[in-house]
Ligand binder design. Structure first.
Ligand code: SF4
Length: 250
């Protein structure tokens, strides 16, 4: 069963390698992490106060009743197609953690449908789930891997899966890593990122400023840009937050 928190677009991809590209997003429900370190406070439908990331509506199964359930790929494709304009957009699968559905044959069918039809399909993932990559068409998926650092509050064992990162980078050469960092976390981030990079094949690295409001992004962006230049990483802004302040569904 595919559980989907929201489908929205066309809008622009707000971050990473394809920033600015018109895209339709499918946000899957469920995540294998909670990332309490990102300090976004919220309340579940039953009134429990929690702390996680800004995607808590998708990551926390407490919101499951709000998610749409699709028992076939075809039904989900029908919904996504309603949002595709009369030109090619990227299809972006995000979450939560979409790779939790990797072993679901309907998820595979859904992705293959869009790859076969010539769409660029991106998966926004935390890169921590073990997956098998064995189909030739899967080489066309762009994996945008937002590997979590210690500021997420998750354990190293849970957030850094060297085997999965290695498999994905070897299988899909254009895939890349991205890290969210803040001004006060740069030196620790540097140590942690460099350690991860020594354990995996070479790949592009993007740094993005922490923040779920335009004000916070502004506060962090200059120091993250300077840090990226110093280390030879790429900088990615987070345009959707700058423009829409993390409003849902855009
Ligand atoms: S891995 Fe991503 S979606 Fe999941 S809790 Fe952490 S930041 Fe949120």
């Amino acid at each position: 069963m595919l559980e989907v928190n929201e489908i929205f677009g066309p809008t622009i991809q707000g971050e990473g390698k394809k920033v600015g590209t018109p895209s339709v997003f499918v946000r899957f429900g469920k995540c294998n992490m909670t990332c309490a370190g990102f300090e976004v406070e919220y309340e579940t439908p039953s009134g429990i106060k929690k702390c996680s990331c800004d995607s808590f509506h998708a990551s926390d199964i407490a919101f499951r009743d709000e998610w749409q359930k699709y028992d076939t790929a075809e039904k989900l494709i029908d919904e996504v197609n309603k949002l595709i304009p009369n030109y090619k957009v990227d299809i972006v699968l995000t979450g939560g953690e979409p790779l939790l559905y990797w072993k679901d044959s309907e998820f595979q069918k859904f992705m293959k449908h869009y790859i076969d039809a010539g769409y660029q399909l991106t998966i926004e993932t935390n890169g921590s789930i073990n997956i098998d990559l064995d189909e030739e068409w899967q080489k066309k998926i762009l994996f945008s891997m937002s590997v979590k650092l210690s500021n997420s509050g998750e354990s190293l064992e849970k957030r850094v899966n060297v085997r999965t990162l290695t498999n994905i980078i070897n299988f899909v050469k254009e895939s890349y890593l991205k890290f969210v960092v803040s001004s006060d976390f740069l030196s620790q981030a540097s140590l942690e990122i460099e350690k991860i990079l020594t354990q995996i094949p070479p790949c592009e690295v993007y740094l993005m400023p922490l923040g779920d409001t335009a004000e916070m992004i502004d506060k962090n962006s200059l120091s993250v840009i300077e840090f990226a230049i110093k280390k030879g990483f790429k900088y990615s802004d987070r345009l959707h937050i700058r423009v829409w302040n993390n409003k849902r569904g855009v």
